[in-house]
Design a protein around this ligand. Structure first.
Ligand code: ADP
Ligand code: ZN
Length: 525
């Protein structure tokens, strides 16, 4: 295509080369901006159509477009699709033999390519940069730009060095694209990869076809199985688990119960991993039980559900992972269960990780945002989209809270009692013991610590054990309580609980939905 005069009209390129009738969302504005030679930060949800934002300017402008991507498989797919549409595209990465690489490099400098896809580590090599300096470039697109963020889970050190592109090619329009866009990541991308004057384009991150649901964990595997059997029998889905072992156990257990499932994690051999991934993509109705190692770059349109048996690390991770459901636009479920124990475990892991204080604080904040989302009693969409600085009117009708509104209750008094109990017992005990104290339990352990003598002993008999555990969980989720930093399993007060403790703040909590057969027993005083 580059040998003939380039077709300049974006609409005609869209129709003739890609076979689409209309641009979506912000695509047209972005394309126009790049064609005019400006720089841009592009934030679009997964499946939103980021590729066209650089592919069309690549064809409309003179020269070759450089596309940086960390995902070799995705580069290959894109180049294949482009070639199929008659576009001169090629890829440069470590998987090429020497002859092919040299030919591609010749095609590049001699101006025969519309687009060249390059892995960041290759691009950053001096000979490659010099080669590009001899080439007429139309634009530079940096895909998966959030990989530059050291706080994110996809951090790639080479991405930090991509700033050099601005020094070496100051006049070439640059775009950074990502589907991850909390404010901090966004600022980091701008700072590291783009000139100050770059414009930011944000498409709506709402995925209206995904139904978000968060429930309490009772017997996680049984809950998962009945969810799959009742709502997604014979359909493709992803089950995210925290550990490698759990992905294997879950896959084996599902298989034993008539649901075809395979594990996927970084500890499997390359061959086995690729095989499981390929089968998931090609076959219908396969469930993949995976750690977070699975997913980036998986483009399977008909994933009907994403289930979380363990909490993701942040809202960002939750959004990304659930976003792999329903890319075809048809109804899909994002389903998650979690428990008090999960919160404690994940917080402890975080506190005890080798990370620096600043990073720990950040990760704690991110986790808290996620937990607040989990415990949220209103429509999930505004809560989720607020994370992307996007407003949503709520009442979406397609989340658990809209479909079955939770009951809430005034928990101000209960919270005060619990927090006092934590304080009086010296901020050293876990949920089980604290609840025993509130319920006035008489045991050796109670007497051993003298807790039967405390003013808080037995002050909480108006609620049952399950209700108290629910209060503990929600206070943890809301950040009023924290697990002790040394990881002994005790709960400590967070500074933020002062007003609550003094009765200067009201607190409304949601009533837990209890598993069938365990009705709420209201105890008489
Ligand atoms: P992203 O990289 O943002 O996840 P892609 O660029 O892979 O998304 O696009 C997702 C899907 O949407 C692709 O199948 C793509 O061909 C399709 N698509 C993108 N833009 C349009 C459009 N304007 N009209 C129709 N389909 C589109
Ligand atoms: Zn809703």
């Amino acid at each position: 295509m580059s040998s003939t005069t380039p077709e300049r009209d974006p609409q005609r390129i869209l129709e003739r080369v890609f076979g689409y009738q209309a641009f979506r969302g912000q695509q047209r504005a972005i394309v126009d901006s790049i064609i005019d030679g400006r720089h841009a930060l592009v934030l679009m949800p997964t499946g939103g159509g980021k590729s066209l934002c650089y592919q069309i300017p690549a064809l409309a402008r003179r020269g070759t477009a450089v596309v940086v991507s960390p995902l070799i498989a995705l580069m290959r797919d894109q180049v294949e699709a482009l070639t199929h549409n008659g576009v001169a595209a090629a890829v440069l990465n470590s998987s090429l033999d020497a002859a092919t690489r040299q030919q591609t490099e010749r095609d590049l400098v001699e101006g025969r390519l519309d687009l060249i896809y390059i892995a960041p580590e290759r691009l950053l090599r001096e000979p490659m940069l010099r080669l590009l300096e001899q080439t007429e470039l139309s634009l530079i697109a940096i895909d998966e730009a959030h990989c530059v963020s050291q706080w994110g889970h996809d951090f790639r050190p080479e991405y930090l060095k991509l700033g050099v592109l601005g020094e070496r090619f100051p006049d070439v329009p640059r775009l950074a694209l990502t589907a991850t866009a909390d404010e901090r990541t966004r600022a980091e991308i701008r700072r590291c990869l783009l000139p100050a004057e770059a414009e930011t384009f944000i498409d709506s991150f709402d995925r209206p076809n995904i139904r978000y649901r968060v429930g309490l964990k009772h017997r996680a595997r049984e809950q998962l199985l009945s969810f799959i059997q009742n709502e997604h029998a014979g359909e493709s889905g992803i089950v995210y688990c925290f550990s490698r072992r759990k992905t294997e156990q879950t896959a084996a257990w599902l298989s034993g119960n008539g649901v075809r499932a395979l594990p996927y994690h970084a500890g499997l051999g390359d061959e086995e991993r690729r095989q499981h991934q390929d089968r998931f993509i090609r076959e219908d109705g396969l469930v993949i039980c995976a750690t977070i190692a699975f997913g980036m770059g998986i483009d399977k349109p008909d994933v009907r559900f994403v289930a979380h048996l363990d909490l993701p690390k942040s809202m960002e991770a939750y959004y990304q992972e659930t976003g792999r459901a329903g890319r075809d636009g048809l109804p899909a479920d994002a389903w998650m269960v979690y428990s008090l124990a999960d919160i404690v475990q994940i917080r402890q892991l975080l506190d005890q990780s080798g990370a620096g204080e600043a990073q720990k604080r950040l990760e704690r904040e991110r986790l808290e945002a996620l937990l607040a989302y989990c415990e949220h009693a209103g429509c999930r969409r505004p809560a989720l989209l607020a994370y992307f600085d996007e407003t949503h009117p709520g009442h979406c009708g397609n989340c658990d809270n809209c479909q079955t509104p939770p009951t809430t209750w005034d928990a101000t008094e209960a919270a005060r009692k619990l927090l006092s109990c934590v304080y009086r017992t010296g901020q050293r005990f876990g949920a089980g013991h604290l609840v025993d104290v509130l319920l006035g339990k008489d045991s050796d352990r109670m007497r051993q610590f003298g807790h039967d003598q405390l003013s808080v002993h037995g002050i909480g008999t108006e609620h049952d054990k399950a209700t108290w555990h629910s209060v503990v969980r929600q206070l943890l989720a809301l950040g009023y309580l924290r697990p002790d930093p040394e990881g002994h399993g005790g709960l400590v007060l967070d500074d933020s609980c002062r007003e609550l403790l003094r009765g200067e703040q009201k607190l409304t909590l949601r009533e837990d939905i209890r598993p069938a057969g365990r009705k709420r027993a209201v105890k008489a005083r």
